[in-house]
Design a protein around this ligand. Sequence first.
Ligand SMILES: [Zn+2]
Length: 389
Amino acid sequence: MLINVPLNIHDQLINDTSFKEKFKTKVIDKVKSNYKNFEKSTGKSDGAFNIVKYISVDDIEEILLGSIFNNTNIPFIDNYRKTVTFAEVDFYERVSEYKKTICTPCKDEFYLKKYYEAYNNEFLGKILANSYKNDPGKKISEEILTEKGFKNLQAKVKKHLEKFNKDVGEIFGFYNEYISNGGLRAQILHSTNITVCPYCNRQYTTPFYIEGEEKIQADLEHFYPKSKYPLFALSIMNFIPSCLFCNRNLKANKIFDNLYFIKDTMNHTKVFTDGFNDYNQLMGFSNSKISIDIDSLGGDDILKKIDLYYYKKTYYLDEIYASHSELISDLKKKKSIYNKDYMKEFSKNMKTDLHDMDLDNFIFGYNGSEEELLNRPLSKLVQDLILNT
Ligand SMILES: [Zn+2]
């Protein structure tokens, strides 16, 4: 995401008693009943990869309402997320793309090893041990280092997950029935207080009303696609508001495992730069171009950087933001006219102590706050190029 979505956007909803009651009847109880039916039909002893071996019926509420990231109560949540991600991301292709522009280091094995280390876990280990039981001499740590071996490993895990996820789907795979048609979708969407798509920071996600009936102009997207991670198909934390274009045309089933985790200084790290450098250039509407260095958001983490690079390409951020250079040019002109001296004088004349944020809002239409990033289109662009310079 271009804008960091705080991990607590759903807290308001989760702490709302009336919502919880509704969610219990419409979702939790039904999933529990699915679980029990599934358990009855397969029996606990049906193979090592039976979902009922990994989670109990008492874990269901936590899976649906708790954290799907680093959940300390149920380690399987994390293991499942890592295992599916390991198998489903075309990591080798992403690395090849990434290396075309940034090639340090250049050796594939460096990336492949990092990836395996980051996603290796108990559940994945069990699947691999099972896949290689007829070939116990095979060293996974060696096979992982080549393109062929890596893809071979991924294919084996994917094959295993197919059956496993089909079973998981029988318990959790009811988004349309329970959430969309169950009347919970709009409530979840609005309770996040995000009104501008965090992926593009351009389109509103607010509803409008016709004869009292709400029409929603946004998608409640599954951060982890429900077709690939059916365990999270109904998990509140997996729901992120997104504009239709970003969700349906661009993201679809793609996985960006690291984007949700980018916190800390993300919103303060400058990603936009421009070529406007002097007054004449500004007045002449020169061809100065907005460019985006999203790589810097990843810090030292190479896997994050690769996700970010792939994200920027997927969402056509360079191409889409090229159309906003006129706005930046206009705001830069304002900035050169309403300079610090002018504003000092202005404050004096107003006989009031105006805060910098108020002044920014007054002149540019943006105040530079964290909240604004989630609620005003193009706020990241303006904050980076106009306010924080
Ligand atoms: Zn969008």
